[in-house]
Design a protein around this ligand. Structure first.
Ligand code: UD1
Ligand code: CA
Length: 459
């Protein structure tokens, strides 16, 4: 079996983005552009991948991680020059290399695989992926002879009038025979309008040498959208978002309004879950079956069980069990773990806390740095006072405890199982098992006080 590898070009500056960040680390649907390309290449079955980095290389490396093959292009002298920097990874290998630009996140793995198959079956030396565009401006044009054979690629800036009218464009993805490419790379020149070493010139060099060159045209031209500015970034995000949403709908998720639903690429959702408008699912979120999410909920890196409802709420980096009800208007902050059949109601904020099964926290409550057991009731307006201005402390409320309305639990403090706390209490010490704690001043009545003071109000 011949070797198959990929070189992904990500060293360019991306001037048109007008950004302090490298172009390829800009994100759509929860992933950097370069990550989308990297993922498609991997899904196409190509494991030997080399990334050419240069401009803001640190940002790109941080995004892709350490266990990756990098080639450094210190000065960005063009796409051909970028490939030259990866030569040491190509040398000595027999087979094909797929070269891709790091700014085209919409390419499908199947398309890469089909192009490689065509390349191998036809015995090509180079195969370029192309598409017909209504507006080809900015892309390199595919120039063919009268019989339809590919002759060369001409960059937009170097086209003559006739070439500018060609609608078939270079995607920026090619499959090359490694040996042929290595032989011809050094022949690239830079006498063009941008003074760059264009990889695209390899085509003409091959043709002149009599090597077989062909194009693989894709049906869906959105796949080859290259991102050069923020308008194209938004355009690509829209295409990708639609693809992701359709995939979920096809696997049994109801999206009441796909137009106002945003789901990142790595999110998993179980069957029969219904998602209402204005819902945003981000990061590595995993949703069970038969849940109801939204309207207007945002979940980031969350794991949610089955039959759980999250209405008008925000849940960040937390887990929620099954049969639980959250919202409307709740805020679950990172590192929280909410059990099964729990009720978290309106205007409740939970931070870095564990909430046991069947516990109810129904209204206007703050719980921070706490461990709350099973079947506990926290009444309306309970506040866990976890911060003294300097440090944070832990609160424990054990199983079956009943904490009345408007209670302050001054941390660190423990409420033992089955204990009751009277409404309005400020609790500073342990409440023992099965006991009642009342920590508020007794009600006093001063008879006739209003009249004595002359304060009676006239109608
Ligand atoms: C390139 C192609 C063009 C094609 C288009 C598709 C060339 C000369 N032109 O043009 O035919 O239609 O892509 O989107 O190849 N890069 C480097 N080092 C460099 C220059 C670029 O690594 O010195 C990388 C960039 O990071 C980017 C990719 O190569 O990911 C493409 O560069 P870009 O400047 O966007 O090329 P285009 O002008 O779009
Ligand atoms: Ca580009």
């Amino acid at each position: 079996m011949e070797h198959l590898m990929a070189v992904i070009l990500a060293a360019g500056e991306g001037k048109r983005m007008k950004s302090a960040k490298s172009k390829v680390v800009h994100e759509i649907c929860g992933k950097a552009l370069i990550e989308w390309v990297a993922r498609s290449v991997l899904k196409a079955g190509i494991e030997d991948r080399v990334f050419v980095v240069g401009h803001k290389a640190e940002q790109v490396k941080e995004c892709l991680g350490e266990n990756i093959q990098y080639a450094l292009q210190e000065v960005q002298l063009g796409t051909g020059h970028a490939v030259m920097q990866a030569e040491r990874f190509l040398r000595g290998k027999e087979g094909q290399v797929v070269i891709l630009c790091g700014d085209m996140p919409l390419i499908r793995p199947e398309t890469i695989m089909k192009a490689v198959r065509l390349h191998r079956q036809s015995g090509n030396s180079a195969t370029v992926i192309t598409a017909d565009l209504d507006n080809p401006a900015g892309y390199g044009r595919i120039v063919r002879d009268e019989r339809g054979n590919v002759l060369k690629i001409v960059e937009h800036k170097d086209t003559n009038e006739e070439e500018r009218n060609i609608r078939e464009v270079n995607s920026g993805i090619y499959c090359f025979n490694i040996m042929d490419l290595l032989h011809s790379l050094k022949e690239l020149g830079n006498s063009n309008s941008q003074g760059e070493y264009y990889l695209t010139d390899i085509m003409e060099i091959f043709v002149k040498k009599g090597l077989k060159v062909d194009a693989f045209k894709v049906e869906d031209s959105s796949e080859i959208l290259g991102i050069n500015d923020r308008v194209q970034l938004a355009e690509a995000a829209q295409v990708l978002r639609k693809r992701i949403l359709e995939e979920h709908m096809r696997s049994g998720v109801t999206l009441v309004d796909p137009g106002s639903t945003y789901i990142d690429g790595d999110v998993e959702i179980g069957m029969d879950t219904v998602i209402y408008p204005g819902t945003i699912l981000e990061g590595k979120t995993k949703i069970g079956e038969n849940c109801i999410l939204g309207p207007n909920s945002r979940l980031v890196d969350c794991v949610i069980g089955n039959d759980t409802e999250v209405a008008n709420s925000v849940v960040i980096q937390s887990s929620v069990g099954s049969g639980t009800h959250i919202g409307p208007f709740a805020y679950i902050r990172p590192e929280s773990s909410i059990g099964n059949k729990v009720k978290i109601g309106d205007f409740v904020e939970i931070k870095k806390s564990r909430i046991g099964d069947k516990t109810k926290i129904s209204h206007l409550t703050y719980v921070g740095d706490a461990e709350v057991g099973k079947n506990v009731n926290l009444g309306c307006g309970v506040v866990v006072v976890n911060y003294d201005g300097r440090n944070k402390y832990k609160t424990v409320v054990e199983d079956n405890a009943f904490v009345g309305c408007n209670v302050n639990l001054i941390s660190p403090v423990t409420v033992r199982s089955n204990a009751y706390i009277a409404a309005g209490s400020t609790i500073v010490g342990e409440v023992p098992e099965n006991s009642l704690a009342i920590a508020r001043s007794k009600q006093e009545i001063k008879e006739g006080w209003v009249i004595k003071k002359g304060l009676r109000r006239k109608e």
